[in-house]
Each structure stands twice: as C-alpha cells, then as structure tokens.
Design a protein around this ligand. Sequence first.
Ligand code: HEC
Ligand code: HEC
Length: 298
Amino acid sequence: MRKTLLLVLLGCCIAFGLLGCIKSASSPENNQANTPTPPAPANEPAPEPQPASTDELDAKLQDWVNHSPMRLKMHGMWINAGLIVRLGAGVEFIDYSWLEAAAQDIARKAGDFAEMWELIRDANRDMAALARNEEWFDARMASFRVWSYCTDCHAENWSPHTRGFKPETFKTWLENGNAAEDAPTTGIRLTAPPRFLQIMFRMLGNINMGNAAMESHDSAGVLDATKNIHEVVVEQLSFWRTIERHARAIATQAENQRIDGIDAQYAKMTSGCIGCHDKYVADGRTPLNPLPWKYSDD
Ligand code: HEC
Ligand code: HEC
C-alpha cells in the first residue's frame, strides 16, 4: 500500500517536474502556494528504529566520507538559479515565496563565502600595516590570524575524504566510543580543480614567505607577500559579493511580488559564478554553470 503511494508520488514528480510536485504536495486542493496548509495528521506510528546492518553502516559512512560541503553548496545554488529562471520567466503561476527563497539562499551562501574572504583580507592588511611599522610581534599574530581564517573555511568546506578520513576511521571511533587517535586515516587527498588549488598554494607560499621575512625584520619582503595574498583574496571576494548583491535584488523584487528587471539581475548574478568557474574550475564537468535566463528555443 505504502509502496503504491510512493510510486504514484514518484510518477507525479516525473510528470509535473520538481515544482509541480512541491506544489501538489503542499497544497493539493488550491493553487495558492503562499497559504501554508496545516500538516496532515500522522495516522501511523513511526517505525521502531532498527540498528543498521554492517552493509548499511558501510554505505552510510562511505557517503559521509564523500560528502563535500563546498560542492553541496554549489549544487544548491545551481538548482535555485534554475528555479529563478523558471519562476522569473513569468509564463506560469509565479510562486513568489519560492522565488524569494531561491534568491535568498544564493545570497546567503555567497555572503558567507564573502565574509570568510573579507576576514582574511583584513587580517592580511593588518599584517602589512604592522610590518611597515616594524611591530614584529603583532605582525606575527596577524599572520596566525590569517592562517586561522583559512582553516575556518577548510574545516567548513572540505570533505572528510579530503581530510584523509575513511569509513574505517569512523567505524573505529564508534567501536572505541571516542574519536580514537589511532583510527586508520590517510594523508590529505585533494580533489578540487588544479587551478583553484594553485591559488591556494600561492597563498600558502606567501604566508610562509611573509613569516620568513618577519624573522629577518624585512618589511619589504612582508609587504610583497601580503600584496600577493591580497590579490587572490579580493578577486574571490568580488565574485561572491557580485553574486550576493544581485541575488538580494532578485529576492527584493520577489518580496514585492514583481519580476520586472529580474532577467538583468540574473545575468549579473550568474556572471559571478561563470567568472570564477572559467578561471578556476574549467574542467568540462556538467552541470557546472547556472542555466541561461531562458532555454535556448525561446
Ligand atoms: C572559501 C573557502 C576557502 C578559503 C577562504 C581558503 N581555502 Fe584553502 N582550500 C579550500 C578548498 C575547497 C580546498 C581544496 C580541498 C580539496 O581539494 O578537496 C583548499 C585547499 C587548500 C590547500 C591544499 C591543502 C593543504 O593544506 O595542503 C592549501 C595549502 C590551502 N587551501 C591554503 C589556503 C590558505 C593559505 C588560505 C588563506 C589565505 C586558504 N586556503 C583559504 C577552500 C578555502
Ligand atoms: C569564487 C569561485 C566560485 C564561485 C563564485 C562559484 N563557484 Fe561553483 N565551483 C567553484 C569551485 C572551485 C568548484 C569545484 C569544487 C570541487 O570540485 O571541489 C565549483 C563547482 C561547482 C559545481 C559543480 C559541483 C560538482 O559536484 O561537480 C556547480 C554546479 C557550481 N559550482 C555552481 C555554482 C553556482 C550556481 C554559482 C553561482 C551562484 C557558483 N558555482 C559560484 C568555484 C566557484
């Protein structure tokens, strides 16, 4: 019985597309998606949780290991960009709540990335100013701060695979009842596109050069290093701020139940995605760049 229901629902999803499915699931009788409907009463008790079989646990942990927060954020933005095109084209009933939410999601993610780069930019700037004044102790502290902001992004966005974790790592943790140090791991395994990694290594090299210059009280050397880091950082920052600004503009239009001008905002927003991908990803993967404003046969 439940299986049939699932099959029917799945059929609906395929027939009407993602959005049709969301709409029919949230408001089956009227088409006013802006009116929340109360949740249906649960008529079956939740099934008792069963301990996972070994195979299930292995599969689950493999999934955890491969999970890349950075790629998932990209996927989310790509899907929501697609929804903006579909809803903003105005050819069907426009669900303004979803239009606004899709744009807000992109704006929020872009804003979070931008904020990380901004912290790095400011600490790097401090380091340059302190070195110029020959305040070596404080300059050294600023350098630590730069690196610790870099690590914040790594902790948030690297997959466990990148960090060298394996399913066996977590199985050992579970068996020991703690995050055992002697659990099997590998070294760091990088998976990001080479050109993106190049700017990472460029920044690391310059942090190291800056630190060495500080040891020998060489202000010019530090300024050279901070300048190189600054270049990388402000470019990343500008991609993300562009995306954030135009995604917010789309969200504001949607909030006012309007779609005029959204096409131009969308073009500017996606120029940020495409600009970074062309320069730092460009490895022919699909899907990558957000969909164009309207499908080509329009
Ligand atoms: C927006 C998030 C983000 C920020 C900010 C960031 N990185 Fe990275 N970094 C990454 C990602 C993603 C990878 C690649 C992970 C992979 O290949 O799976 C990476 C990888 C690296 C690597 C290669 C791995 C290693 O440790 O040898 C280095 C080096 C590195 N980053 C240095 C830096 C430095 C230095 C900074 C700060 C000045 C920095 N990163 C800031 C996201 C970031
Ligand atoms: C500042 C750089 C930058 C910006 C801006 C950016 N991306 Fe990305 N994107 C990347 C990098 C780097 C990767 C590769 C990540 C990896 O494989 O580890 C990527 C990968 C992707 C992927 C493929 C993920 C996969 O699983 O293969 C999609 C889809 C994507 N981005 C969508 C977007 C969208 C949509 C936007 C704009 C709203 C955007 N990106 C903005 C750097 C960026």
